[in-house]
Design a protein around this ligand. Structure first.
Ligand SMILES: N[C@@H](CCC(=O)N[C@@H](CS)C(=O)NCC(=O)O)C(=O)O
Length: 145
């Protein structure tokens, strides 16, 4: 099993949580989104949208974070993460819709602005005083790196 992801990606985080709960340890490929790793031809063969995450399992590429989570639940049911009760399952699906229909889009706009706008990169702060476009402290990854 191979997992293509990024440490700052919310969509990747969802899948990392499921992998951890199921004690699965795929070979990890950390993509540097700022450097454009996600647009390399070999990666686009796995994920034609050029986004993370992507899971490769049993020789097949699986995209879309929620679909990946559902796949992991189906393919590796132990321990189960999806509730059996239909109402609880409906609530689970509402939770998974929240990032899919709102959060990812909102984050995408912000990430895009930070990545492409030199003025935002120069003036925005990561919260620790360092510029968003600046060099990370040792052990701290820059956003979308
Ligand atoms: N609906 C997709 C969204 C994937 C997505 O937008 N991923 C972002 C990171 S959270 C990305 O790879 N962006 C790359 C870019 O902006 O070039 C999913 O849930 O997997």
């Amino acid at each position: 099993m191979e997992f293509y992801h990024n440490n700052m990606s919310v969509c990747s985080q969802k899948v990392r949580l499921v992998l951890h709960e199921k004690r699965l340890a795929p070979v990890e490929h950390h993509l540097n989104l700022r450097a454009g790793d996600q647009t390399r031809p070999e990666y686009l063969k796995l994920n034609s949208k050029g986004v993370v995450p992507t899971l490769v399992d049993r020789g097949q590429s699986i995209v879309e974070s929620t679909v990946i989570c559902e796949y992991l639940e189906d393919a590796y049911p132990d321990p189960p993460l999806r509730p059996n009760d239909p109402l609880a399952r409906a609530a689970m699906r509402i939770w998974t819709l929240l990032p899919d229909t709102g959060l990812h889009v909102a984050c995408g706009v912000t990430s895009f602005a930070i990545r492409l706008s030199p003025s935002v990169s120069r003036t925005a702060s990561r919260g620790d005083g360092a510029p968003v476009g600046g060099k990370a402290r040792p052990g701290v990854a820059s956003p979308s790196e």
